[in-house]
Design a binder for this molecule. Structure first.
Ligand SMILES: C[S@@+](CC[C@H](N)C(=O)[O-])C[C@H]1O[C@@H](n2cnc3c(N)ncnc32)[C@H](O)[C@@H]1O
Length: 445
């Protein structure tokens, strides 16, 4: 495995673009002063689905439509972040490459229970979260950033270097700046978190000390979606690629043009939750007789031809979104990687350390929720959707962190977010891409 790239002292930023992995320069002798899948709709006892449905039925079809909106809004309110929206924070750490989601909420998740001496960002991207964490935690001594996409990491690394260089400049005048930050970045799938930490500091890999905080911000960054050559966007024509790791061999085109018909259907059904999966599976395989599908435009046109409308759940836009999601998950084996990585990451935490995960669709969120339960109970979790009895449990009121209003305690840890935290209305106005984001946080006992 390639060695991590350390950002050595800023006086010696020998950052070679082709180096496989590197520590971010940073024996920086500085420190600064010290964020509804289907099942979410079931979580409300008092205003439960059954009640709302029967009310809606009473009003007939029109009534149903009128009821849906307030109900959706009511359900959203149950998980919306209660943290005050800090526009300045987004102004400082959001930029053209990517606007980090649930930024204030991520910062709040790592404010307690201990000082954050070591932090791992498993999905650096443009480094928005990383920089905000460094800024908020001048006590940080070790930072490790990972990303599977070398292009994304190169951009994120650049932002980190600029930030740390600026901090070094201020360090001389700011007496609150303490200690030395060792910062490393690594082009690596986060499923290898143990190996990466081991290459940085052996004691971290064997779990004797562990790290204080780990963040996994799933999905794609804007810079990936906006680049047509990556094949992630339904709106721009490009190759049917969809690989997060450019060195991986499997592309979406391979699945569409050569995988067995039943496998294509399974992917659309299981990873896209697409109700028309059988029909689409047949159309995709039929297209092979005409030479196959070779661009995102080809795939979108096939979907457009088969969907009569553009809007609504059966419209081409939503159908294409589900089909693209299914292919991306399959190409990058995203769900298995996520589940394995949650276990590995939890192993890497120090006692009292926290793992925060931001997911963007219900398949991911279900895995995070279920795996967190397994982790705190040390075994198989009940995979039931939120059940009503569970909701009858009294909220635990913690004066220190009231925004974690319901917790689940197990022998190995605490799930701090019985319900996920979702973006505030202010954040949704600022960044539409955050709308489906959900944050869940777990703390190791
Ligand atoms: C939503 S972006 C992260 C944005 C980042 N938090 C920020 O503030 O700029 C997700 C990133 O995770 C990376 N990624 C996706 N799957 C990964 C994996 N299995 N291992 C490592 N990185 C991954 C993507 O390449 C992408 O850069």
């Amino acid at each position: 495995m390639a060695a991590a790239r350390r950002l050595f002292s800023f006086h010696h930023l020998a950052l070679h673009p082709r180096a496989p992995a590197r520590p971010l320069a940073a024996a920086v002798a500085v420190a600064v002063p010290h964020r509804r899948g289907k099942h979410d709709a079931v979580t409300c006892k008092a205003t439960g689905k059954t009640k709302a449905k029967s009310k809606a039925k009473a009003g007939g079809k029109g009534g149903e439509r009128l009821q849906r909106r307030p109900l959706e809004e009511h359900l959203k309110r149950r998980t919306r972040s209660a943290a005050a929206f800090d526009a300045d924070l987004y102004g400082r750490h959001g930029h053209a490459h990517h606007v980090p989601v649930l930024l204030g909420e991520v910062l709040a998740a790592f404010r307690r229970p201990r000082s954050l001496r070591s932090f791992v960002d498993c999905t650096v991207g443009a480094a928005g979260h990383s920089l905000a964490m460094m800024e908020a935690h001048p006590e940080m001594e070790l930072y490790v950033g990972m990303d599977i996409d070398p292009t994304a990491l190169e951009i994120g690394r650049g932002h980190i270097e600029t930030f740390l260089a600026g901090r070094e400049g201020n360090g001389a005048e700011d007496s609150s700046l303490q200690g030395t930050l060792r910062a490393y970045t690594h082009v690596k799938n986060f499923k290898y978190i143990k190996q990466v930490l081991g290459s940085v500091d052996e004691s971290l890999a064997v779990g004797s000390s562990g790290v204080d905080g780990i963040l996994i911000d799933l999905g794609m960054s804007s810079m990936q979606v906006n680049r047509s050559n990556r094949g992630f966007s339904i709106l721009q024509d490009g190759p049917l690629d969809m690989r997060m790791d450019p060195k991986a061999t499997l592309r979406a085109e391979d699945i569409l043009n050569s995988w067995p018909e039943l496998e294509v259907g399974r992917i659309l059904r299981d990873y896209g939750e697409e109700s028309n999966w059988q029909f689409l599976q047949k159309q995709i395989v039929k297209a092979r007789e005409m030479g196959g599908l070779h661009s995102t435009g080809d795939l979108v046109k096939l979907i457009q031809r088969k969907c009569n409308v553009s809007k609504g759940r059966q419209g081409w836009i939503k159908t294409a979104t589900r089909v693209f999601q299914a292919l991306r998950i399959a190409v990058n084996d995203e769900l298995r990687v996520l589940e394995d990585s949650l276990h590995s990451s939890f192993d890497c935490l120090a006692t009292g350390g926290r793992l925060a995960v931001i997911s963007f669709h219900s398949l991911e969120d279900r895995i995070v929720k279920k795996t967190f339960l397994e982790l705190i109970h040390g075994g198989e979790a009940d995979d039931e959707e939120d059940d009503e009895d569970d909701l009858a449990l009294p909220d635990i009121d913690d004066e220190d962190e009231p925004w974690f209003n319901q917790r689940l305690q197990g022998r190995n840890g605490i799930v701090l977010t019985k319900r996920p935290i979702t973006p505030s209305q202010e954040e949704e106005k600022l960044n539409q891409r955050c709308r489906s984001a959900k944050l869940r946080v777990i703390q190791k006992a």
